[in-house]
Design a protein around this ligand. Structure first.
Ligand code: ADP
Ligand code: TMP
Ligand code: ASP
Length: 234
């Protein structure tokens, strides 16, 4: 049956469609942090992340990275290919910030000499622990060849996003991706939005991402709106 909830996560609901190989990905207004322990509802966030994800997955796809995006269905829904998700979160960092700055006891803002890629196990109950690449292989989450492909695609996504954002005065500090498999091919799934990226205004350093919620800075909706407005200005 179409329209049934296949999975409800913290930020989105995945719904079945008429076709077994397609899903509807519906963005909610909910914001969470600390693996779901901190929660709020922010009116308009779902629609903003839907637009921004459609736009950024479109760019990434045009740049040669296979993605699950098929179409935008309505204000808060994207139609996507159903993927067999790999259960890992892939983070790429251009600038030292967030959990890396915290763990190393360093201030945020140092530009890293090259983009750093990290893997995390997607498991809220365990607090998404970081994995070495050997763990990813040993746990059967991905093969050595798949890790190489994921790294290649993640670096490509970084180039495409940086190009698009730098033109609009936005620094891409870091971001998180989730990959899946479709007919044996590695495909980029999930979202690319200010919920899953750190975006700093290049001139002022102002945060334009979910850190506004994580750090109780306020003005999240306005910041996301500004990101979308800049991206739509070509
Ligand atoms: P969570 O709370 O699980 O982190 P979300 O609220 O973002 O996540 O819900 C989206 C869920 O759907 C995630 O678990 C994500 O891995 C999964 N997902 C994303 N894209 C696809 C896809 N194309 N096919 C199947 N599952 C997907
Ligand atoms: P971190 O510095 O907290 O590890 O986050 C790195 C990037 O990954 C940042 O852009 C936010 C994003 N992210 C998610 O999208 N989901 C998560 O669960 C976490 C922890 C981070
Ligand atoms: N894993 C966090 C959560 O509780 C997300 C984040 O901080 O981005 O939703």
């Amino acid at each position: 049956m179409a329209g049934e909830r296949r999975y409800e996560g913290k930020a989105k609901v995945m719904l079945t469609t008429e076709s077994a190989d397609r899903l509807w990905m519906r963005f909610k207004d909910d914001a969470t942090a600390l693996d779901g322990k901190k929660r709020a509802s922010i009116t308009g966030k779902g629609a903003l992340n839907t637009r921004i994800t459609a736009l950024l997955l479109g760019l990434v796809s045009a740049g040669g990275v296979p993605t699950h995006l098929r179409a935008q269905v309505d204000e808060t829904t994207l139609e996507v290919d159903a993927l067999e998700m790999m259960g890992i979160e892939v983070v790429l960092r251009n600038v030292l910030a967030g959990s890396l700055a915290r763990r190393l006891g360093r201030p945020e803002g140092q530009v890293l000499p090259f983009p750093v890629v990290e893997f995390y196990l997607k498991d809220d109950a365990l607090g998404d622990p970081m994995l070495a690449e050997d763990h990813v292989v040993a746990l059967g989450l991905a093969s050595v060849a798949e890790i190489a492909e994921i790294r290649r695609l993640t670096h490509r996504v970084n180039e495409i996003l940086e190009d698009a954002l730098v033109a609009h005065g936005i620094t891409l500090v870091d971001f998180k991706l989730e990959f899946g498999r479709r007919n044996g091919q590695i495909v980029l799934g999930d979202e690319i939005s200010p919920d899953t990226c750190r975006l700093w205004d290049t001139k002022t350093g102002e945060k334009m991402d979910k850190d506004r919620f994580r750090r109780d800075l306020g003005g999240l909706e306005e910041a996301y709106q500004e990101v979308l407005a800049r991206l739509e200005r070509s």
